[in-house]
Design a protein around this ligand. Structure first.
Ligand code: FE2
Length: 510
């Protein structure tokens, strides 16, 4: 089914471009195995490079780096290797090293990549400088960041409307913000926002643009606009909130913590600033971490002093205040799952992405998609109320353990009912283990009596759970076995059509 119609590498690239990570991984794993079998070095190199991207996407940065290093070793051992491919691997290694806090190593990879594209088309120089721009911003080396950003923009002159230009403008906006040039920041960020909002769906780079706009409005004194853009940033970042986008979430959490402090809501401030501190530490961003910890220290000192308990006069619109608490709470729930069961992270992340892909194929409204995204990511939140020993048993044998496990959708619903989440999300969490034939739990609902969002999550969660362990083909087989018995047959068919459209396009990202 995978290789009959198109080349495995290209099929993987197409799947990757559609966000179908598990299918892409399977194509590239097959290509790798086949290349090893027949001794095809080029296919081995490109499949390893692509598989490194999959690991990176899933937040397994150490594994990604190890896979890219194997690709690099092959590249260096092959004098006739395409120099463009070498640049691609070096840029990936730079990004990986940066994610793991190895900034000197990242610097060396960027320099090697820059040297490698001397005789190549300008688009490769753009690729290198674009990556370098993001990297220097991460480590707060503003002069180098500005140099790389401007070089890339110069090379992209005449490409107005290109999302890469918008991303680079966002970077310049961030540099201006850091230097206190608010007018400059506003011009760059608004230009970037306009371009990215015109793209179909939510462009992934829109998250950092909204995050920077939120800080801009905070610095301009407009708390309402700051909360609005901060919420928009989290909405866009939501599908990758636990893996690749944690640093951007940290930036918004710090902002929300600062706003909560200004309006005298110290409980929310504490939660947001603690999260920002943890996420910055996980991303090795020590300067940001130190700044947030200073805020936390001040907060604790104020808390302990009588004078500090007087609330600030600042205020925000009640609806936005609710929005601030809403995202703080959701992120807190995710943190509690992750701290107890780190392995669930990729599963929750991918279930959310695949559920949203199904939701979009069903043309659900934006509100329903938002409710679906939250429910999909939090569908197993109820397991945090169970004894970890019960949860870790692969197959709970005793009736007590089984009953406990079967109670997790009810615990999940209960937890969510304490927070301002839409009823649709709570219902979806309660019913995500119902079965289409009525044999599921907790209420034994059947067919279309099961809420649509719960039926979508059941399909996505089944696919992801099997797909992460045994790959795409095994996961699709599992879906077809459960079609009509456990899972909604129409949704299984729609899910299959997303993976295997009639006319498979082959050119995409990679
Ligand atoms: Fe579950």
């Amino acid at each position: 089914m995978l290789a009959d119609r198109v080349d495995l590498y290209e099929k993987g690239r197409w799947a990757w471009g559609q966000g179908l990570v598990i299918l892409a991984a399977e194509c590239w794993r097959r290509l790798r195995d086949e290349a090893r079998r027949v001794g095809h070095r080029v296919d081995l190199m490109r499949s390893l490079n692509a598989l490194g991207c999959v690991e990176y996407e899933l937040g397994r940065f150490h594994v990604a780096q190890a896979v890219w290093k194997r690709a690099e070793a092959l590249v260096e051992a092959e004098p006739s290797c395409d120099p463009r491919f070498r640049v691609k691997v070096l840029v990936n290694l730079a990004l990986g090293a940066c994610q793991m806090g190895r900034f000197d190593e990242a610097d060396a990879y960027v320099r090697a990549a820059r040297d490698g594209c001397q005789d190549l088309e300008p688009s490769w120089r753009v690729h290198v400088e674009h990556a370098a721009s993001a990297m220097w911003i991460t480590v707060r080396r503003w002069d180098e960041a500005e140099k790389s950003t401007r070089q890339a923009l110069e090379l992209l002159a005449g490409h107005d409307g290109d999302p890469r230009v918008a991303h680079l403008q966002t970077n310049l906006g961030q540099i201006c913000l850091e230097r206190g040039d608010l007018a400059g920041a506003s011009a760059y960020l608004e230009a970037a926002r306009e371009v990215l909002e015109r793209c179909q769906g939510d462009h992934p780079n829109l998250g950092s643009t909204y995050g920077a706009l939120a800080w801009l409005h905070y610095l301009l004194g407009s708390l309402d606009r700051a909360v609005f853009y901060g919420s928009e940033a989290l909405r866009v970042l939501w599908p990758n909130v636990l893996t690749t986008h944690k640093p951007e979430v940290a930036v918004v959490s710090e902002l929300f913590g600062s706003i909560a402090l200004d309006i005298g809501d110290r409980q929310t401030a504490l939660l947001d600033l603690q999260r920002a501190s943890t996420y910055f530490a996980q991303a090795y961003r020590w300067t940001d971490w130190a700044r947030v910890n200073q805020l936390l220290d001040d907060l604790v000192r104020q808390w302990n002093s009588v004078a500090g308990r007087v609330d600030s006069a600042a205020a925000i619109h009640p609806e936005l205040r609710e929005r601030l608490c809403y995202f703080t709470t959701l992120l807190d729930l995710l943190d509690s799952i992750e701290s107890l069961y780190p392995d669930i992270r990729q599963q929750a992340e991918l279930t959310c992405r695949y559920a949203l892909a199904l939701g979009r194929a069903l043309q659900l409204s934006p509100d329903d998609l938002e409710a679906l995204g939250h429910a999909a990511k939090l569908h197993d939140i109820g397991i945090t109320s169970l004894d970890p020993e019960v949860v870790r048993q692969r197959d709970p044998v005793g009736p007590v353990a089984r009953d406990r496990m079967r109670a997790h959708p009810l615990f999940g619903e209960k937890i969510l009912s304490l927070f301002p989440l839409p009823e649709l999300s709570r219902d979806a969490v309660r019913h995500h283990h119902e079965r289409y034939d009525g044999s599921g739990f907790p209420d034994g609902l059947a067919g279309e009596d099961i809420p649509l969002l719960a039926r979508i999550i059941a399909v996505a969660a089944t696919y992801v759970s099997v797909g992460l362990k045994r790959g795409h083909t095994a996961a699709m087989l599992e879906l077809s076995c459960r079609r009509g018995r456990h899972l909604d047959p129409g949704l299984v068919d729609l899910f299959a059509s997303i993976h295997d459209p009639v006319e498979t396009p082959v050119a995409a990202a990679g």
